[in-house]
Design a protein around this ligand. Structure first.
Ligand code: ZN
Length: 259
């Protein structure tokens, strides 16, 4: 394993720990994958994040024998949709799957999320679809998920949870947080009654604004360990910084080249 691959594996583990610490996920129900060259690196099945080591991350070929893997532990039981997304969506470099509470509540009610907030534009369209139900880990679930993700960067999974995808793992995790946030906002607005939904033109206008604001390509992030070599860097772009703050994320730091 070279240094670059090890860093991606470390980032996967850091993201797993972060999503549990932040409340986005519970236990080992979530799983994360990242593209590395012609392979997919994915969290192993039912392994507590605290004891996870880079060597335990499973490595699966994107174009080789379907479902084969390298590593000491079996890949996540949800490897199928991770792999099928990576194979079917060359634009995707990272996939985050969680059973985050509000997204799952809407998925239980089988409610897609309409454009209740302008941040919907970050997901590539005017809604977040809810994929139909199929048992976890099945090819059928993977097929339903891919359909719901068509032209989108996130979807709900009926009576299960959600998936967020991005050009890299950092962006996928950013969108996972955004998805859960919109789900919570939509749920609460439904409770209040009569939420107003934005129109297609308003979402298109926002998407255009994002593209010129640098929001389509947020600064790469890692959950850096608090070592003296990892100094917090100011965000390069004001837009990125503002967006991070609005998303409620901790200021991200970039891993030092000396690590
Ligand atoms: Zn799941």
């Amino acid at each position: 394993m070279n240094r670059e691959e090890r860093q991606i594996r470390e980032n996967i583990i850091a993201k797993c720990r972060w999503m549990n610490a932040s409340g986005l996920n519970q236990g080992t129900s979530g799983n994360i994958s990242a593209r590395y060259k012609d392979r997919m690196l994915i969290t192993p099945s039912a392994t507590p994040y605290d004891s996870m080591k880079p060597e335990m991350i499973a490595s699966m070929p994107l174009d080789g024998e379907y479902g084969s893997w390298d590593g000491p532990l079996k890949p996540s039981t949800e490897w199928r949709f991770h792999l099928d997304i990576m194979r079917g969506r060359p634009d995707v470099g990272g996939v985050v799957h969680t059973h985050s509470t509000y997204a799952t509540v809407l998925a239980i009610a089988r409610k897609p999320i309409p454009a209740c907030h302008y941040m919907m534009a970050a997901f590539g369209g005017t809604d977040i679809r809810c994929a139909g139900y199929a048992r976890y880990g099945t090819a059928e679930l993977s097929e339903l998920a891919l359909q719901a993700l068509e032209g989108r960067n996130g979807c709900l999974l009926a009576n299960h949870g959600m998936i967020a995808v991005g050009a890299n793992l950092d962006k996928a995790m950013w969108l996972a947080v955004e998805l859960e946030t919109i789900a919570k906002q939509y749920y609460l607005s439904l409770a209040l009654g009569q939420p107003h939904i934005l129109g297609d033109a308003e979402i298109a206008e926002t998407a255009q604004g994002f593209s010129t604001y640098g929001l389509q390509d947020p600064k790469p992030q890692t959950k850096a360990k608090p070592t003296k070599k990892v100094a917090a860097k100011p965000a390069a772009k004001a837009g990125t910084k503002t967006r991070a703050a609005a998303a409620g994320r901790k200021p991200e730091t970039k891993r030092s080249g000396k690590r």
